[in-house]
Design a binder for this molecule. Sequence first.
Ligand code: NAD
Length: 260
Amino acid sequence: MSRFDGRVAIVTGAASGIGKEIAHRFAAEGGIPVIADLNLDAANKAAAEIKSKGGDAFAVAMNVADEEQVEKAVGDVISRLGKIDVLVSNAGIQIVKPLVDFPFADWRKLLSIHLDGAFLTTRACLKHMYAANYGRVIYMGSVHSKEASKLKAPYVTAKHGLIGLAKVLAKEGAEHNVTANVVCPGFVRTPLVDKQIPEQARELGISEEQVIKTVMLKDTVDGEFTSTDDVADAVLYFAAAKSNAVTGQSLVVSHGWFMQ
Ligand code: NAD
């Protein structure tokens, strides 16, 4: 008997990086991850990889910031699998620029993917979770849910906001056995971070190596990046919780970069 036998999890942004690892690990423990991503080709590929390892998975196209697409994709999951046990709201982007001339369009784009996306996917899944009297919702926060960095105004704002959303859902969802928690990773070497390294080097006028050493990993206890596996461990802990005991919480997984 595996922890997630027969469970269905929608994982947004699971065609790449952290979400992809979560989907793999969920499937390895008997669950069926739904790879919900903007990039359907990459999502299909991720689902095929899981199947090639003997797991089950399927892909759906979803822009998490688009109400219609979210509702349709969640409806498709229900038609196909009949339930949603777990939502991992993970899709996200990063845009780094100084606040003084941050373009409004970029601010809105980032907030809409992180915050509208979390809200829309939560609302769409919640109806089915309430009907089933069971649900586990996990938001992908960041150390930036607790701490600030230069150049990341909308990201830091959005990631702090997810903690508020999780706390409200923890209160509203409790009577339906729905828990809500936030996982807050440090820097993880995914395409999202690889793209930022040269951008930060340019904005801060330092080398890429300095960005890694003096910006990203400076305050960790061991000079290590957080791994996708480290993050998946925490997500699956919340996903497997047996009761409402752990809800409305945020767990930092950052090699000690941020301690609370
Ligand atoms: P990634 O770029 O590797 O993957 C992000 C995925 O999200 C991609 O597959 C992309 O297609 C998808 N996506 C983007 N916009 C979308 C949208 N509108 N609708 C649906 N899918 C969309 O990034 P990652 O590093 O794996 O990041 C995943 C999450 O983890 C993000 O929320 C990010 O903020 C968070 N996070 C990342 C790090 C890190 O260091 N990598 C640290 C803390 C938190």
